[in-house]
Design a protein around this ligand. Sequence first.
Ligand SMILES: Nc1ncnc2c1ncn2[C@@H]1O[C@H](COP(=O)(O)OP(=O)(O)OP(=O)(O)O)[C@@H](O)[C@H]1O
Length: 243
Amino acid sequence: MTLLEVTNLATGYGDLRAVWDVSVHAEPGRITALLGRNGAGKTTTLRAIAGLNPVQRGRITFDGDDLAAVPAHRRVARGISYLQEGKRIFGEQTVAENLLLGGYSLGRSRRRLEPELDTMYELFPVLRDKRGAPAASLSGGQQQMVALAQALMARPRLLLLDEPSGGLAPSVVAEVLARVDALRATGLAILLVEQAVDAALAVADHVTVIDVGRVVLDLPAADVEDPELIKNACMGTATVPRT
Ligand SMILES: Nc1ncnc2c1ncn2[C@@H]1O[C@H](COP(=O)(O)OP(=O)(O)OP(=O)(O)O)[C@@H](O)[C@H]1O
């Protein structure tokens, strides 16, 4: 079943259109990789799905419902969680406190969130060991796992994930994406934006490549015969015409 269906989306910032025609979907227990060069419109697409940028044309449906009139905070309540690129965690707070903050956003009490914490520690065992430590004392990869777990505390059905590998060493990127891969088993639908194309292709079920705000490739990951083609489409910086 398709949980998220984005059809011919156009969106942008004020008068500037950054995305002209993007169609992409996400399904439970599947990872869709949304790839493309810098400035292609990936983040803007995620922002529109989260309700932070307006739909200028096209449609976004979630679980069959058109999201046009649904404000951002209600999309969170419906099960859409957006982990922004470079999302910072609260370094002085403990790992557990950071996770709880992700759940408080939905108005749940600490007592009701305790079982969620256990679920997170099962998904990210390293965080159980570090749960009482200030988040800033963790490695970069572990901090990214805190951010991921924090986003999951809201119990999303769809996770919009913007460059979880950003700023991490290559060996750590694989570790973080292995955790993302494991999330598939929870039935979560994941829309993954990544610059680390190889790492993204290694976990993706479906691949959508955009350039200058339009889809240029869309296929099941199993049908990707030549990853170089995808990598080439993701190199350099897009120049978006300002019309
Ligand atoms: N806040 C903003 N205001 C105006 N234009 C913006 C804003 N943010 C991004 N843009 C423009 O929108 C276009 C698409 O940017 P976007 O961030 O979606 O690309 P991206 O594919 O996510 O690239 P990156 O990998 O660099 O994050 C770019 O031309 C960018 O300059």
